[in-house]
Design a protein around this ligand. Structure first.
Ligand code: ATP
Ligand code: MG
Ligand code: MG
Length: 349
């Protein structure tokens, strides 16, 4: 059997490993933290730093294909690995999604709508963005942001000054505030032969910048649903993508606006574990292993709720509830804001 190499051993790596095991495939996870969630379920865990290129090369020697569960993999590591084994999704997909400015430029080049944006590195750029785009707006770090971290809302000139100071010189992107009615995401997959399959869009609610629930079906018209799936396919095809991608969208009266893309399985796709014969994790493993894509047709209505921090302690109550699937990631410490697990509740089968 072949071995899938996974960079990153968080909960996404863990659920990818479990899906691979069901298909008779082995997983070898590369992850600095020996207590990371994937370590408990993968076939082999290599604990070394992403800066340790010798360790990376030795790890890659024993895998057939390389994938990843997070997008901030250092360039040097990727250069070393790319020379040895195929990496799916490809470097272009990573480069585009690692930097919010590159990402927005890529999306607008495709003819897709995004928030109005401008690069902001200094006070002069900021003044220009405030004039051209205006407030309300959001200033975001171009790289490394997640769960709403590294973002500041801007309503006034004082906010803008403070937001820029808080960047500490890190390159930033200024985004005009999109007046959306709700947020949805499409989990899309593309196989090695170029076939594309999308899961039904889910509707996302964030609390304190962190995804709280995803509900399917999302509130979308037939046209919006088609638009969402077609634009996702456009993105994957343009990138020559192989694997699963999460595409976050704002729903507005003027149409769908792309917020960001994630070149990996996505938290807003966890509902597929209870709503589809083939979930996003199996779909990703199928794609990177060169299998045909599976049938991701939705056969149930589902609400996925994240268990954040102390929420995880409610599991004994949740375990008594009907139509409820519980996923716990095996993290020892329930720190505030930490994703500890999730619950998929089937609301209509
Ligand atoms: P994730 O954990 O999804 O990777 P992130 O830190 O990359 O999050 P974004 O997805 O860019 O952050 O933004 C987080 C949330 O902030 C969005 O889901 C949306 O609710 C709000 N938001 C971000 N950008 C805009 C915008 N331009 N206009 C309006 N709301 C926005
Ligand atoms: Mg993000
Ligand atoms: Mg986001």
């Amino acid at each position: 059997g072949s071995t899938i190499g996974i960079l990153g051993g968080g909960q996404l790596g863990r659920m990818l490993s479990l899906a691979a095991a069901r298909l008779g495939l082995k997983t070898s996870v590369y992850e600095p933290d020996p207590n990371a969630p994937a370590g408990q379920v993968c076939d082999k865990l290599t604990t070394a730093s992403y800066d340790d290129l010798d360790a990376l090369r030795a790890w890659a020697a024993d895998v057939d294909v390389i994938t990843y569960e997070f997008e901030n993999i250092p360039t040097d590591a990727l250069d070393a690995l790319e020379a040895l084994k195929p990496i799916h999704p490809n470097r272009r997909a990573l480069a585009v999604s690692q930097d919010r400015l590159t990402e927005k430029a890529f999306l607008t080049d495709l003819g897709l709508k995004t928030a109005p944006f401008a690069a902001v590195d200094d006070a002069e750029d900021m003044a220009e963005a405030l004039t051209e785009i205006g407030a309300p707006a959001i200033l975001k770090t171009r790289r490394f942001g997640y769960d709403g971290k590294g973002q500041a809302r801007i309503k006034t000139a004082e906010d803008a000054e403070q937001a820029l100071a808080d960047m500490n010189g890190a390159p930033a992107i200024f985004e005009g505030f999109v007046d959306f009615s709700h947020e949805v995401s499409v989990i899309a997959a593309r196989g090695t032969t170029g076939e594309v399959a999308c899961f039904d869009p889910g509707e996302n609610v964030h609390v304190n910048g962190i995804l709280h629930t995803t509900t399917v079906p999302a509130r979308l018209s037939a046209k919006q649903r088609t638009d969402a799936v077609l634009l996702a396919a456009q993105i994957l095809n343009k990138l020559g993508y192989v694997g699963v991608m999460g595409v976050e969208l704002f729903v507005t009266p003027q149409g769908l606006v792309v917020n960001e893309i994630a070149p990996r399985v996505h938290n807003s796709g966890h509902w597929t574990q209870a709503g589809c014969a083939v979930d996003q994790f199996e779909q990703h493993i199928r794609a990177v292993a060169g299998w045909p894509l599976g049938d991701g047709q939705r056969y149930a209505d589902v609400v996925m709720t994240n268990l954040i921090g102390d929420d995880a302690h409610t599991w004994p109550e949740l375990a008594k509830q009907p139509n409820t699937q519980i996923h716990l990631y095996g993290k020892a410490e329930a720190r505030a804001g930490r994703k500890m697990g999730h619950v998929n509740r089937i609301t209509k089968a």
